[in-house]
Design a protein around this ligand. Structure first.
Ligand SMILES: [Zn+2]
Length: 407
């Protein structure tokens, strides 16, 4: 077994970049020489160095970010890093020249968080592989989420058991080692891999838990992960998608969850363990109050309908915005049963009104009335020869109603 320390293989016009993150995942500062700097259409620059500690986006993991400092002290931000044919490109907000020596510094808080998430994922996937025989067929690690896709089902109970096993592995603080075995040795190792690999294969071993081919930086010992929390489980393409958080991200997530529970327990003046039953009780009370309110509203509509006087067989009523569409239709149906002309309800506030209008036994021309509302008040809506409905804007609803009576 040998540790990869130097790779400078000529690839056409550009040498492969020496990957310093393979020497140590904890290397945060380095010196590099600029080989090329190209401007981009978005105003940024693409900088290639002879070597770098910046880990590029690959294998489902987003890249490192950080800073370059030029020899005259100018600071240039590195917002993204990519790799193609072994050449690593840094996206920067400032220009440099070929031959310049740069001091690089990666954002280690960001890098370390990615290391915690990624090693946590390896332990989780190693346990899933051993216990269930499922493969991790999709991995995504960004600043906002960490997801793994497994090609078989896992229940909530399974997830709880795996989560506990991963955290036990964290508490055991076992070693995590990264190496590039010789081909002869590699053929004897049973390791997880998403695809058949050729060339130098980097093997990441979590002692007693997992052996996996992987190119990313990892923590030295599992205790550095701190904590792993599963925060999502959903069915996905015949298997499951699991969302996890490790280290500070897990702590912050649990802090936010605790704040929500605390706010609810204060609101309900109850203890944390009774919050769920309090919310369920409130929801049930709300449903029964809604049903009671609906019954009372219907009774009120019956009383109101009996008291409304018609003009030449027609009735038009204005209500506030809280009078919903169901109530408006009920009122119109009752009015139309009592009045032979038009029966309409306008409901709304601030100049915006919904309307429902029906015709009684006279079978008056609803189409003509609707056309009038469209022409004079910009109404939008339609219906049939028994009922029309829509919406319109009017400053004075009394004026609209007068127009309806006069048609
Ligand atoms: Zn990995």
């Amino acid at each position: 077994m040998f540790i990869k320390t130097c790779l400078c293989v000529t690839m056409g016009s550009m040498d492969k970049t020496l990957e310093l993150y393979y020497e140590s995942a904890y290397l945060t500062e380095f010196e590099g020489r600029v080989l090329a700097c190209d401007s981009r259409d978005d105003g940024h620059y693409e900088v290639i160095l002879d070597k770098t500690a910046f880990f590029p986006e690959q294998g489902g993991q987003t890249s490192d970010v950080g800073l370059f400092t030029t020899s005259d002290g100018t600071e240039i931000h590195v917002s993204h890093v990519s790799i193609g044919d072994g050449v690593i490109r840094h996206i920067c907000d400032g220009a440099v020249s070929a031959g310049d020596e740069l001091h690089g510094r990666i954002d280690f808080a960001h890098r370390f968080s990615n290391m915690q998430q990624h090693t946590g994922e390896h332990i989780f996937s190693g346990i899933v592989s051993k216990r269930f025989g499922y493969d991790n067929v999709g991995f995504h690690l960004s600043d906002s989420e960490v997801t793994m896709d497994y090609n078989g089902p896992l229940s909530k109970r399974d997830i709880d058991d795996i989560e506990l096993a991963v955290n036990r592995a964290i508490w055991e603080n076992v070693a995590v080692t990264c190496s590039f075995p010789e081909a002869s040795e590699l053929s004897t190792i049973d390791y997880r891999s998403k695809k058949e690999l050729s060339g130098d294969v980097r093997i990441v071993t979590v002692e007693g838990y997992d052996v996996c081919a992987c190119c990313a930086p990892h923590v030295n010992r599992t205790g550095e992960i701190g904590l792993l929390k599963v925060v999502g489980l959903q069915n996905y393409k015949g298997g499951v998608r699991v969302s996890i958080l490790c280290g500070q991200r897990a702590l912050e997530y649990l802090g936010r969850a605790q704040d929500i529970v605390k706010t609810l327990s204060d609101t309900f003046t109850t203890s944390d363990d009774k919050v769920v039953s309090s919310v369920e009780k409130l929801s049930e009370e709300n449903s029964s109050l809604k049903a009671e309110l609906s019954e009372l509203r219907d009774k009120l509509i019956d009383i109101e309908v009996n008291e409304i006087e018609s003009k030449a067989g027609s009735v038009f009523v204005a209500k506030s915005g809280s009078f919903d569409a169901g109530a408006a239709r009920k009122m119109v149906n009752l009015l139309a049963a009592r009045n032979s002309g038009y029966s309409g309800v306008f409901s709304g506030d601030s100049g915006n009104y919904r309307y429902v209008i029906a015709t009684g036994d006279d079978n008056r021309d609803l189409k003509a009335l609707n056309e009038m509302l469209k022409e004079r008040y910009g109404a939008k809506g339609g219906g049939n020869n028994k009922m029309v409905q829509g919406s319109l804007c009017a400053q004075d609803i009394g004026d609209v109603i007068d127009s309806c009576y006069s048609i």
